[in-house]
Write a protein that binds this ligand. Structure first.
Ligand code: DLZ
Length: 297
């Protein structure tokens, strides 16, 4: 049920927010979905992992906002030079501690900002501490574009799958304008439409939705095999992730169950898979860039 954690910090001005944003991006935070309205502005910075730590006994010797880093000396140097470049009117650094060894086998330094925000940066002396053991996709669809190919055959079901996919995309931050829906006659036509869309390279992922009912389709096996093969081939040959949301069911009742009645909504699940794969692809591609080789080694 938990999706993530957010710490909200107030900064003095829009200029301060922009300047801090530049520092955070330089330190390696991923930019998240911000907001802006007549009342103010928010900028989000995402970390790969987070945790909420409860402490009893001794009072924590660190600020409540702790950022774990690698190469802490480089981070320290970046913060220091950023602080030196700030105008006094900005929400700059009021105190930058030295980097010191903590009682928990880590090196830590803290930065106090004029707004009252304090951030502790730390690096474990144990090289295996918190080391990621897997690349995992984020479930944010913000800023990403998706195409949905949906079959009209068995529309009573596929419309529900489509609704599930749109729900997942919207709830994950995908803008309406970044979703393109293509309706095709039946499941048989899904692969060719998916392929055309994938080849445009306009989409981070394609979501395919359809329903094949064994009871009503004598050549069910033949259609299913071709649809699965075609979607897989389009994914492999274009390099664009394709989520497989083509149901194969014995009966209409079973299909309804999988389209939101009793067994979840497979359209929703396919969209979540597409979002995750779009993110994984982005991360894996970034890791292959030579300039990132040292950082990720
Ligand atoms: C023809 C057909 C049949 C019998 N059953 C299904 C089905 O269960 N699900 C589906 O999506 N499409 C079916 N179709 C239509 C074919 O997929 C295709 O659209 C037509 O044969 C036209 O090429």
């Amino acid at each position: 049920m938990i999706k993530g954690m957010t710490t909200v910090a107030h900064v003095a001005s829009e200029e301060a927010l922009t300047q801090l944003g530049e520092l955070f991006r330089a330190l390696g935070f991923e930019t998240g979905k911000g907001w802006s309205d007549e009342g103010g502005k928010g900028a989000a910075f995402l970390a790969p992992v987070g945790n909420l730590e409860l402490v009893t006994g001794r009072t924590p010797a660190v600020p409540s906002l702790l950022v774990e880093v690698t190469q802490i000396d480089a981070v320290y140097a970046a913060v220091k030079s950023w602080a030196a470049a700030q105008k006094p009117s900005n929400d700059g650094v009021t105190k930058l501690s030295e980097t010191a060894l903590s009682h928990w086998n880590s090196r830590v330094f803290t930065v106090d900002f004029a707004s009252g925000l304090t951030i502790g940066f730390w690096e474990s002396e144990n090289v295996l501490h918190n080391r990621p053991i897997a690349v995992e996709g984020d479930l944010s669809a913000a800023g990403k574009r998706f195409a949905i190919v949906v079959a009209r055959w068995n529309a009573v079901i596929t419309d529900r799958l489509l609704h599930g996919s749109l729900d997942a995309l919207h709830r994950s931050g995908c803008a309406r304008a970044n979703i393109e829906i293509v309706r095709v006659p039946g499941a048989w036509e899904i692969p060719s439409a998916a392929r055309i869309l994938a080849e445009t390279k306009r989409f981070h992922a394609i979501i395919t939705l359809g329903v094949l009912l064994r009871g009503e389709t004598a050549h069910y096996e033949a259609i299913y095999t071709e649809v699965a093969r075609g979607i897989g081939q389009s994914q492999q040959e274009t390099g664009v992730p394709h989520a497989f949301g083509v149901l194969t069911c014995e009966t209409l009742e079973q299909a309804l169950d999988r389209a939101g009645l009793k067994a979840g909504n497979k359209g929703f699940e396919a969209a979540i898979a597409a979002i995750e794969m779009a993110s994984i692809q982005e991360k894996l591609t970034a890791r292959q860039q030579p300039e990132n080789a040292e950082v990720n080694a």
